[in-house]
Write a protein that binds this ligand. Structure first.
Ligand code: NAD
Length: 722
């Protein structure tokens, strides 16, 4: 058999270097060609064993090995799961043959070795990683709803022990840089250059002519013990609790299967453990949730970041000097994000003190990063030196981008743009971070409306990866492309949406909040409502999030929206949540966390203590309970259906943007793969989703009636795809 993806190079001493180099792709993956190549080189190693002194596995690509081929994995169905299972076992058998050859085998990890790449390295006796910025090591399969199916569970358990394998490698999917991978025992050595990498690999081969895996040595025991040992067994009940903490009861199947594969596999011999792992792997790959997660966190994210929504034909351009107007919470965060990416920032507020306070935020973040060893003092100093606080418009001269983040007031925003539009560079990009004001109307305050665009950041800016770019009616393609490039320049993920009240993210998260609040109004136990949100997989419970955002904000937005609807001759249809919010504010004076009282009670330090008992007294009614599944699906459907309406309205034009925006911006549950993928992956597909929406509409109100676009797509057998 031919080896097309693994090159065999043997030197005079008999050291064989297996060079991973798939000619058909930019990265090596565990595809069919690799499977055949691995079988071929394994046969050859065994046949020519007497002339082989040792083996170095390395790659000719920038990365070491990318792992399972996700294009294949996303297509696995229950019918083809058997094939995947068999194929996986074949790879495992061959890796096992190589690790038991009786010759030293070294992984010279020259770049990222994640998932299958790290599994390949685990089958080697010694792992050395090249210290490059791109080298990442670990098993991130769990983040795609999978488990490491190439021996990764079996070998990490035997290398590190069950507890460390689970907590450090398998359950979180942590991606380590070489230094941390070394400290945590994932690798054995680090090299600074490629030459050193290969020299160290050779040195290992010279020093260990009969190398064996620890687990193949006589008397080997799994570090830390197995469930059969009383000491370990005493710790076992803690694992399901850890899992519950990680998933909060949401339907993520992978962590549970990983736990099972690790614990069950530790109690049997190596070969049986491999079969157990393969079985769980095939089960996960055939399931819907891994498909959702692969679609979103791999394919959609790649499409979004690579510019599927960026207009072509506009030369990429880097921002060198940005003006940030308003040094409050958002402005301070935006200034930090820009400066961290190497952009000079002029941070303007009304007084020098206010501007300095905005810069102090970066000082605090930098000090923390230095203390934690995440950056050096020099880099922190350089970052801070790039931020110039000021109260003088004249200091904005030469800025090639403006990001406005003053109070949410259209007249004020007009005024600040007027002040600076002739001071900054004549073609400067003009962005507003408004969260609710229509961009088209804001643009009317500037002379160059074509260069005006919405750049909606999320709080806290330094942590949140998403930026929602909003095109106004007169925003030009060049401004859109430049805004896109700016977001990428500061290493965030841009989605592009049209101008509509609340844009995409704020409008859709509003549906989630409204649904939770409405349930309280129906008399359902508030604690059950919170539990339903958590078990649906929302990172923040619905009433606690409402408190964070304040109860007065939706009232303000509602008043504006209502005015807009009525001005154009429409009638406002009230959401049942509105009455609850009004009572909370008007009758009970509970405006949310900022005011120290909302759906929850807070102590003097602002910490949430418990749900406000008055809720039960004033709202909860015996017999008002509804099925738990309905509670969860009301929240999920409310968001998904409104997203479909946004597609109908042309505000959203990209499915990937919708999915990524919902996951990264507003906490739509990760297992769904995003708000439109949730519909695609729903039991019974679009027809199943539509039927269920009709059921919900009948019981809970018209807002669940499926929009025409959804019905049409369901009838045509289509899904939401770009
Ligand atoms: P903030 O109140 O913390 O900060 C506003 C800052 O603007 C203050 O420091 C104020 O002194 C300054 N300012 C007022 N007039 C000014 C002027 N003429 N020139 C320069 N600076 C002036 O508000 P924030 O939470 O940072 O929000 C700012 C903007 O970002 C708003 O439009 C808001 O809707 C939007 N936004 C907020 C969030 C959020 O989570 N808070 C999220 C996304 C977008």
């Amino acid at each position: 058999m031919n080896s097309t993806t693994i090159r065999w190079e043997q030197d005079r001493e008999g050291v064989v270097t297996l060079v991973l180099d798939d000619p058909a792709q930019s990265a090596n993956t565990m595809n069919a060609a690799f499977r055949a190549s691995l079988a071929a080189v394994t046969d050859r190693l065994e046949a020519e064993k007497d002339t082989v002194k040792g083996v170095i596995v390395t790659s000719a690509k920038k990365t070491f090995f990318a792992g399972g081929d996700l294009r294949d994995l996303i297509r696995v169905t229950p019918d083809t799961a058997r094939e995947l299972f068999e194929g996986g076992l074949e790879i495992k058998r061959n890796l096992r043959r190589i690790e038991t050859l009786g010759k030293p085998v070294v992984a010279a990890i020259n770049g990222a070795a994640l998932g299958g790449g790290y599994e390949l390295a685990l089958a080697c006796h010694h792992r050395i990683a090249l210290d490059t910025p791109g080298t990442r090591i670990g098993c991130p399969e769990v983040t795609l709803g999978l488990l490491p199916g190439g021996g990764g569970v079996v070998r990490t358990v035997r290398l590190l022990g069950i507890a460390d394998a689970l907590l450090k490698v398998l359950l979180q999917g942590t991606q380590y840089n070489p230094a941390r991978a070394l400290r945590n025992g994932l690798i054995d050595d680090v090299a600074g250059t490629r030459d050193e990498l290969l020299a160290k690999a050779r040195a290992f081969i010279d020093a260990h002519p009969h190398s064996q895996q620890p687990w193949d040595r006589p008397g080997y025991r799994i570090p830390g013990g197995t469930p059969a040992s009383p000491k370990f067994a005493a710790n076992l009940p803690a694992f399901p609790a850890t899992l519950r903490k990680q998933t909060a009861g949401a339907p993520y199947p992978a962590p549970r299967r990983i736990l099972a594969a690790a614990v069950e596999g530790a109690q049997v011999d190596f070969e049986t453990a491999q079969v157990i792992e393969a079985r769980y792997f095939a089960e996960l790959a055939a399931g819907q949730i891994s498909k959702n997660m692969i679609q979103a966190f791999f394919f959609d994210l790649q499409a979004v970041n690579s510019g599927a929504s960026r207009p072509g034909g506009v030369e990429p351009r880097q921002v060198r000097r940005a003006a940030v107007l308003g040094a409050g919470m958002m402005g301070a965060g935006i200034a930090y994000a820009c400066a961290r990416a190497g952009i000079d920032v002029v941070l303007k507020d009304v007084t020098p003190e206010a501007a300095a306070k905005g810069k102090a935020y970066s000082e605090k973040l930098c000090a923390k990063a230095v203390a934690k060893g995440r950056t050096t003092q020099e880099k922190a100093d350089a970052l801070l030196a790039r931020i110039t606080p000021t109260a003088e418009a004249a200091d904005l001269a030469g800025c090639d981008a403006v990001i406005e983040a003053v109070f949410e007031d259209a007249a004020l925003k007009h005024k600040v743009f007027q002040e600076i539009q002739h001071v900054v560079a004549p073609d400067a990009l003009l962005c507003s971070n408004t969260s609710t004001l229509p961009i088209t109307a804001l643009a009317e305050g500037v002379e160059r409306q074509g260069d005006f665009i919405g750049l909606h950041f999320f709080s806290p800016v330094d942590k949140m990866p998403l930026v929602e770019i909003i095109k106004g009616e007169r925003t030009g393609a060049e401004a859109l492309a430049r805004a896109f490039d700016l977001v990428r320049q500061i290493r965030k993920t841009p989605i592009v949406v049209g101008d509509s009240r609340g844009f995409f993210t704020s409008r859709v998260i509003g549906q989630f909040l409204n649904e939770g609040v409405a349930m309280v109004g129906e008399g359902i136990e508030p604690a059950s409502v919170e539990q339903a949100a958590a078990q649906a997989g929302y990172p923040a419970k619905v009433l606690s999030l409402m408190d964070e955002l304040t109860l007065t904000l939706p009232r303000k937005i509602r008043a504006e929206s209502r005015r807009a609807v009525e001005e154009t001759g429409g009638t406002w249809s009230a959401h049942p949540a509105e009455a609850v919010i009004d009572r909370m504010v008007d009758e009970f004076g509970r405006e949310g966390r900022g005011a120290g009282a909302g759906f929850y009670e807070y102590d003097e330090t602002g910490r949430r203590t418990r749900l406000w008992p008055g809720l039960r007294e004033h709202f909860t009614r015996a017999g008002a309970e509804i099925p738990f599944r309905d509670m969860q699906e009301r929240m999920l459907f409310a968001e998904a259906l409104d997203t479909v309406r946004l597609v109908e309205e042309g505000v959203l034009t990209s499915v990937a943007d919708a999915n990524i925006g919902s996951l990264f911006g507003i906490g739509f549950p990760g297992w769904t793969g995003g708000v439109l993928q949730y519909i695609n992956g729903y039991d019974g597909g679009l027809p199943g989703f539509t039927a269920r929406a009709r059921e919900l509409a009948e019981t809970y109100g018209d807002r669940f009636t499926p929009p025409a676009l959804l019905v049409h797509k369901a009838e045509q057998g289509e899904t939401f795809t770009d």
